[in-house]
Design a binder for this molecule. Structure first.
Ligand code: ADP
Ligand code: MG
Length: 555
């Protein structure tokens, strides 16, 4: 006979256990096997009831539970009802080291009485309680404020069937679809037919119909979705739509980053997909920084991942032809590019975080009109005039301006809207044809192997580029590698990046700065620039961060 939750076993209470629900159920296959099951706010504990002394017990943490379903038995003759809870706990990988999420279901038969309806009601009561308790338990990072995707939410899942090895759809059906059903997440699948299909679709979509937009592809499809949202008249509201990512491409940097933010052990391929599916089912939403990128063509783009020039952009673009091998295409591309290592000439300038945090007097705070930038031009065709600075470690590299700075903006905060342009104002950026403000730092070197601005932890599934980054740290993490680095040293950096150890390599050619804005002016007539892995017009480019402009399902 099942006990009721309102009457928890007093002996358990004495043992420090305060049950939310307690019951006794039978095994789904064998009626003689009975379990005592208890549900607290954090765990489902199952004990096998047996006369033999060694009582077995299993504890499932609700933080690992995506859902629970109640249902009638098959056929008309079974008076019992059932409920099944679905867990994805971390378990040891088969035949290899490390932990990864693996699916476990726990199913019970409820046969309180001879009335099937009463049994079903009891099974539903349990399923409901397990779902509710699980929804409150999700992997979170300390100190981060999350909200939740509305439940039951309606999610649009956009799949690029061409991404990665061309298997995104199969991967979705094989690994994610079932989990969404277990979690009772209603969704509509949209299969993209061509490039920019998703961009056009979200630009016109009635967003009141959707509680989240999720993409199952590489980073390129999310780039389309974000830009489609930002092109809308109601961009300010549209960009608040929670965005989710399921890795189905060959470049799954955001998926790897989102997984990493949950402080889970590293995962690749299908394991990464399962983890991102799990995060989606949990539906916790945090903030996502976006970076506004200006190109010489006066085009403005919004980026969530990276801006790259030189080695990284070349590898990204050239490795497209190895797409069929999946994520390993970047390693192959890296090896090929190393063999023909190039140096690129250009000028780089940036606004360091510290400068941006101390707005100069007479500008931002005092609401003065925009001042004329005073820096020797980074946009003129003449080489920059550099003022030697001997006071810091950076002196060999940088021309950091003195404290008498000018700023371009007249108003804070950084993200304002302009009703005419219907887009956020880039208050830190002058026009691309204007010199950068004095508060910016000019990089002395003009010979680079690569420049990489990145705003997530991972550049690819196995490239942990910014160990400390989070989705909403409000920072552009700027890396550059200057000319003179040897091939083996560059290879060492990329190999060390798998463990996030490249900054500890002590490589004198690698520089890392935290910035709010940057400008890059290539001098080399040919080269490639990528934004979020997508090739853009080659030429001068500048960018600034908009902290927390978008929202990301990131658990
Ligand atoms: P991958 O990581 O494999 O490169 P992406 O998601 O980055 O996958 O997609 C690669 C490119 O394909 C992007 O430029 C994207 O805009 C484009 N794309 C999206 N849908 C389609 C489609 N149905 N057919 C062809 N290209 C598409
Ligand atoms: Mg891509």
């Amino acid at each position: 006979m099942e006990k009721d939750a309102s009457d928890p076993d007093p002996s358990r209470q004495r043992n420090g256990f305060v049950g939310v629900l307690y019951g006794e159920f039978t095994d789904t296959l064998d009626d003689r096997v009975r379990y005592s099951v208890s549900l607290t706010e954090s765990a489902l504990t199952i004990r096998r009831i047996s006369s033999s002394p060694g009582r077995t017990e299993a504890v499932f943490k609700l933080v690992d539970c995506v859902g629970c379903r109640a249902y009638r038995g098959p056929g008309g003759s079974d008076v019992g009802a059932y409920f099944t809870a679905y867990f994805y706990p971390f378990k040891r990988r088969w035949m290899s080291a490390g932990l990864t999420r693996q699916r476990v279901e726990q199913c019970f038969r409820v046969a309180l009485v001879q009335d099937p309806l009463v049994n079903l009601q009891e099974a539903e009561r349990w399923a409901h309680a397990i779902r509710d308790a699980s929804a409150l338990q999700a992997p979170r990072r300390d100190g981060v404020v999350y909200s939740e995707v509305r439940r039951p939410g309606r999610i649009m899942i956009l799949v690029n069937p061409q991404s990665g090895r061309g298997q995104a759809l199969q991967l979705f059906t094989g690994h994610v679809q079932g989990m969404l059903t277990e979690a009772s997440v209603p969704y509509t699948l949209v299969i993209t037919e061509r490039q920019n299909h998703a961009r056009e679709l979200v630009r016109k979509a009635d967003l009141s119909q959707w509680d989240a937009l999720v993409i199952m592809s590489g980073d390129g499809l999310l780039f389309e979705v974000i830009n489609g949202l930002m092109e809308r008249e109601d961009w300010q509201e549209a960009i608040q739509t929670p965005l989710g990512i399921l890795p189905g491409g060959s470049g799954n940097a955001l998926a790897a980053s989102v997984h990493h933010y949950t402080q889970s052990p590293p995962a690749w391929n299908e394991e990464l997909l399962l983890s991102c599916g799990f995060i989606l089912c949990k539906g916790l939403v945090g903030s996502l920084d976006l970076v506004s990128v200006h190109l010489a063509s006066t085009q403005r783009l919004f980026s969530f991942l990276s801006l790259a020039w030189g080695f990284v952009a070349d590898v990204d673009t050239e490795s497209e032809k190895y797409r069929h091998v999946g994520a390993i295409r970047f390693l192959m591309g890296t090896l090929v590019r190393l063999a023909s290592l190039r140096v690129y000439q250009g000028r780089l300038a940036y606004l360091p975080i510290k400068e941006a945090q101390n707005p100069p007097r007479g500008s931002v705070m005092d609401n003065h009109p925009p001042s004329t930038p005073q820096h020797p031009s980074l946009c003129s065709s003449l080489p920059c005039q550099l003022i030697p600075n001997t006071s810091s470690k950076q002196s060999s590299r940088h021309n950091s301006s003195n404290s008498n700075r000018n700023a371009i903006s007249t108003k804070g905060p950084e993200t304002q809207s302009d009703s005419k342009t219907r887009a956020p104002v880039d208050s830190l950026l002058p026009g691309l044809d204007q010199p950068v403000p004095e508060s910016w730092t000019l990089v002395k070197e003009e010979d680079f192997v690569l420049v990489l601005a990145i705003y997530q932890s991972h550049l690819a599934e196995d490239l942990w580029t910014v160990p400390g980054a989070t989705a909403d740290d409000g920072v552009i993490h700027l890396f550059y590698v200057t000319a003179g680095i040897s091939r083996p040293a560059l290879l060492r950096l990329f190999l060390a990046m798998e463990k996030g150890a490249h900054l500890a390599c002590g490589c004198p050619h690698l520089v890392y700065e935290k910035v709010k804005a940057l400008r890059l002016e290539p001098i080399s007539p040919h080269g490639m620039i990528t934004v979020d892995g997508e090739m853009v017009d080659y030429g001068p480019v500048q960018a600034q961060i908009h902290p927390g402009l978008a929202r990301l399902i990131c658990g």
